[in-house]
Design a protein around this ligand. Sequence first.
Ligand code: ACM
Length: 686
Amino acid sequence: MKKLIILAGVTLSLLFAGCGEKQKETLSVIPVPLQVDLQKGTFRLNDQTWLWVDAPQQDRMRLEDYMAGSPLLLVSTLEEVEDNAVIIQQVDQLPGVTSPEGYVLTVTPKNVKIQATSGAGLFYGIQTLLQMVNDKNEVPVGTITDEPRFAYRGIMLDVSRHFFDLDFVKKQIDAVAYYKLNRLHMHLTDAAGWRIEIDKYPRLTEFAAWREFPTWKEWWNNGRKYKEEGEKDAYGGYYTKEDIRELVAYAQEHYITVIPEIEMPAHSEEVLTAYPELSCTHEPYKQADFCIGNEKTFEFLENVLTEVMELFPSEYIHIGGDEAGKASWKTCKLCQARMKKEGLKDVNELQSYLIHRIEVFLNAHGRKLLGWDEILEGGLAPNATVMSWRGTEGGIKAVKAGHRAIMTPGEFCYFDSYQDAPDSQPEAIGGYLPLSKVYSYNPIPESLSADEAKLIYGVQANLFAEYIPTPEHLEMMIYPRILALAEVGWSAPSRKDYTDFHARALKAVEELKASGYHPFDLKNEIGNRPGADKPITHLAIGKKVTYGPDAAYYPGYSAGGDSALVDGIVGGWTYGDKRWQGFIDKKRMDVTIDMETETEIHFIGADFMQVCGPEVFMPNEVIISVSNDGKEFTELKRIEHKVVKDDKVTFTNFAWEGDAKARYIRYQATSGEFGGFLFTDEIVVK
Ligand code: ACM
C-alpha cells in the first residue's frame, strides 16, 4: 500500500457555531495547523477535477507523482486552470508565513489552492488536504495558514539490533511524511550488526552484518557471536548501495532527509571483530571502542565516511559518540602516546580528539557533524550539533555554547519503552511512555533565553530495537506515538490540546490500520498504574523518615528525597517516573518512620517492582518491625522471597497485617543474589 487510505467519514467534522456564516473548526488534521478559518460550504472533488502543479520542474514532477499515488483521482494538466481544480503553486512570498515549509491552503466552492515558497511547503499543504477530504470527496471552504514550530522533526530507526528491510522503511516514510516529519535518522551500525555496504571493507557485510540468533536478546545473552553471510542460521542483513540510493530517493520524494549514523568511537564490537586491528588489544570479541591512538582507525573511519557521504546527500552525518567505555584507552600504548603527543589530559579529551578530527574531515567535505550528547565530554567540536538524549542537559549546554541541539530526551522521546501497562504489552526495554507524555513534551527548556531557544533545531523520536524483533512490533511502538511527536515538532503550543489530539489520534489509528499498519490499540489503552493518578492517604503521610546506616537511597532515584516514601504519591509503571525511590548501596533499604505519638497500627506495606533487563529486582528479604523508643524494635514480620528472573515488569506488595501500637515503624528490605536496584514508592501505614 503506497499511500495512506483516507477513511470514509472520519477525517472531518464541522460544528456550526450559532447561525453565522463561520463554523467552529474541528478539523481532524495531525499535526494541528497554525491557523484555521473555515467557512460554510464545500468544494467537491470529482473525476474531472484538474490537478495543476505550478512549480519548478523537479518539485512539479515530484508532487505530480505523489498526487498520482494518492487516493485523490485528479486529472493532471500543465495548463493554467481555475475551475474544478486543485492548484499547487510555488510563489516567491506568502503573507503570514516565514518558514519555507509553511503553506496556505485556500478552499473555495470553485477550487483548492495550495501555495508555498518551496516544494516542501507544497507537500505539507497536500498532506493537510489529504487529511481534510471526507468520504464524499468534499473539502470544507476556508483558509489554513500553517508552518512548523521546528525545522527538524525526526524519527530514528535502529536497524542494527534487528534488521528491517527497505520496503518496510519506505512504508514508514509514507506514514511519517503524512504527519509532516522531515528527517529519518538511520542507526546503521552497532554491536548487533553492521547494516550498510562499504566497498573498501567487505567484511563489514560478509561477516559483521550477521550473527547467531534472530532476536537481540538471545544473541546478547548467549555469547554475542557473529557469523558468515549465508552460514546456517545466520541472522542479519544489510542495505546494498543500490538499496540506500533507492531509500534516499524515496525519502526525497517525501521531502524527508535521511541522516546516516555510523557509530564511533564506541558501540563498534561488530567492526572490531571483523577488523580487530582497529581495537586497542587487536583481539576479536573483546572491544567496543576503536583504538584512538592508531592512525588506521582514522583511515578506516574516513574511508567509510567517504562512501557514506557519496550515498547520503544529508547536510548532517551522525557519528554516534555515545556510551564509550574508554577503559582500554587507559592502558593502550598507542592511545597513551596519542594523549601525550596531543596534550590530552584524560580519556574524555582523547574521545574529543577523535570527534574533533572527524568533524574537520566532515566539514572539509561540506558536511556537518551530529552526535549524541557525550560528544560534549572533553570539549565540543567547534561546529557540532548535539542530540540530547540523556535528559535535556546536553542540549542546554550545547545551545548555551552557541551550538544547535536536537532534543531527544529519553523521558519523552524513547519509543522503545512501554506505551501502556507492561503486562498488556510485548516485552520492552522498560520505562513507560504513553501517548499523553510524548504529547506533553516542550522541546524548549525553560532555562533558555529567546535567542538560545532559536538554537533548538528540533525534536526526534528514537526507536532503539533491542526488544523489537518484528516489523509489526516496531510499527506498534511507532504509532500512534509518532503522531504526538509530530504535533510537538510542528504545532504552536497555543494550538495544542491533548483531549482534542486524542480524538484525532483515535481516528488516525483506524486510518493507519486500514492502510496496513499495526498501530497500538489506543482505544483500549489502560493507562498508568492504578493509584498513580492521584495521591493516596494513610497514617504515615508527612511523618519524619530516617534512613539507616549504609541504606541511603541512590541520589539519581530519590523520588523527591527523605519524604518520598510517606508523601502519598504512588509510582507508575516505571521506576524512572521520579516516584520510585531506588536503593543500590550495600544492597539494602532500612527506613524508620516516626509517627510522633504511639499509634494503633493494623497494616504496614510497600510495593516493590521488578524489571530484570535494567537489573531491578524484588527484595529477597523484608523485615517489618516497630518500637516505642526508636531503639529497641520488635519484629512484626519477616518475609523471605525467592527472586526469580523473568521477562516481565512485576509489582509485589510486602506487608504485615495485624494489631500493634507503636511510635516508630521500621521497614527493611535486602537484595538477593542478583544484586541490582531495589525500588519502592510508598510505605503505607493503616
Ligand atoms: C543512546 O540511547 N545510547 C543514544
